[in-house]
Every structure is written in C-alpha cells, then in structure tokens.
Design a protein around this ligand. Structure first.
Ligand SMILES: [Fe+2]
Ligand SMILES: [Fe+2]
Length: 264
C-alpha cells in the first residue's frame, strides 16, 4: 500500500502557517509515503513586468521542505513575482509541463523513497494558463519518456473546467494513480476512483483563509466589476478561519483504491 497526501493551493501566510501546525498530525494519522503541495498562491508579489501578482517565494518553499513536503507544484502563477528564477533551481519545485520551453523550471519530477518511485506531473489547461500546450500530449510524452522507471504517477491538473479535468482523467485512467484538480480553490465533492484505478477529484480546494474570494479580499474584485475599470482597493489576502483543501490517495500496486478528503 502506498499513501499519497496532496495539499491544494496554499494561499498566503495563513495557509502556510496552518499547514505547519497541521501537517505533523496529518502525517501521524495517515502515514503518507509522499506529500505533495500546490503553492502557487503563497505570496503577493506585485513585481513590475510580472505575469501576475501571486507566486512562490524561496522562504516559503524552504518552510514547506522543512515540514517534510516532498514536492511543490504550481499553475498559472508559477512565473509571478521576482523569485521564480531562484525557486526552480530546486528540482523539487515544478511548474506546468505543457508550457513554453523558454519558461524556467521543469514540469515533472521523480521522487524515490524506500525503493518506490513516484512520478509527479503538473499540467495546466488554457482556461487557467493562457498559451498552454495540450496537457494530454504533454502527459503522454512524459510517461513514455519515463517508461518503466516510475512505479506510480500523480498528476496535478491545474484548470477551471470540470469537464476538461474529467476528460483528461479518463484519458489517462490506469496510467496515473491520481489526477487531482487545482486552481479554482473550491473543493469539489466528487472524489472517486475511475475504472482502471485512477483516483480523481475535480478540485482539491485551497488551503487558505476562507472568508473572502478564493483566499483573497473581495473589495478590489467587486470595485473592478462594478466600474469595469481597475479598482483602487489593495490586492490582499482574505481573513478568517483557514480551509483545509487536501486529499489522501491510497494505492495498491500502480492503481489507486481509495481517495478521501481531509476534513477541515
Ligand atoms: Fe491557485
Ligand atoms: Fe491557479
């Protein structure tokens, strides 16, 4: 039996601090062999010329690795802010595979523990990441390149559309132990194992403050919608109790046999 713990989009200091407090207990309770976390919303970066205002920081990445997280995934915010050149120096931090070869970072990695090799692939859809390439073709090529050198494959599929995530999951059913959706920050209640043994959820949900919009303060977005012009309120994290967006996947051989959400 192999157990995988996956944490959805960690939002801000609140999400990170929550995980620092909670992960040791989750580890004791679920005994995961591997822990993978999506951390594309770790920081508000606001870097001039950046693709967006979110992203990862070297300090936050170091805190996750100090916690025992084995790999960090991303999405449309993987190249936000001033830090990405540094962040991808560590091969344990990956970004969407199906993107420009000119973009820093790798889209897949292999984790090895006690003789077990877990391939981790991060892909994004165009609904989340403009100019992304076809995610299924990228998956097919990566899995073919790995061949028999990996024992299990976990996919973080970063996208907006449930039908796109489900279509992808059925297309790779039996070739990935898990296809776990990220990006919307809203956990869906459709955890299941597909017929050939791929554990699936449309969105794992975020690990971040629950009172605003996807972990962010709503004022700026409301102003912008109302005026249809850029608002003047700060782009800030939300407040309130932290939601826990995380799932545990259990595998026998290369097939998943169960997926369950971690209660908040
Ligand atoms: Fe996100
Ligand atoms: Fe995203």
């Amino acid at each position: 039996m192999t157990t995988l713990l996956f944490v959805g989009d960690i939002v801000g200091e609140a999400g990170l601090a929550y995980l620092e407090e909670r992960l040791p207990r989750l580890r004791a309770e679920h005994q995961p062999d591997f822990v993978i976390a999506n951390a594309e919303n770790m920081e508000i970066t606001r870097h001039p010329g950046s693709m967006g205002h979110c992203g990862l920081s070297p300090q936050g990445v170091a805190r996750l690795f100090a916690l025992g997280v084995d790999a960090i995934t991303g999405g449309n915010h993987s190249w936000d802010g001033p830090y990405f050149q540094t962040v991808y120096d560590d091969p344990r931090v990956i970004r969407p595979l199906n993107y420009s070869t000119a973009a820093p970072g790798q889209g897949a990695l292999v984790l090895e523990k006690d003789g077990l090799r877990l391939g981790v692939i991060n892909v994004a859809s165009r609904t989340a990441l403009r100019w992304a390439d076809e995610p299924l073709a990228a998956f097919d090529a990566q899995v073919a390149a790995w061949g028999t050198s990996v024992d299990r494959v976990l996919v973080d599929f970063h996208g907006e559309s449930v039908s796109e995530k489900l279509t992808f999951a059925y297309a790779v059913d039996g070739r990935a132990a898990a296809v776990l959706g990220t990006h919307t920050h809203v956990q869906t209640n459709d955890m299941r194992v597909l017929p050939q043994g791929t554990a699936y959820v449309s969105d794992v949900g975020m690990t971040g403050p629950g009172e605003g919009m996807q972990g962010y303060a709503p004022e700026l977005f409301v102003e912008t919608m109302r005026a249809r012009l850029p608002g003047s309120s700060p782009f800030a994290f939300a407040s309130g109790p932290v939601e826990c967006g995380a799932v545990v996947v259990r595998c026998e051989g290369s097939r998943a046999v169960a997926i369950e959400r971690i209660p908040g």
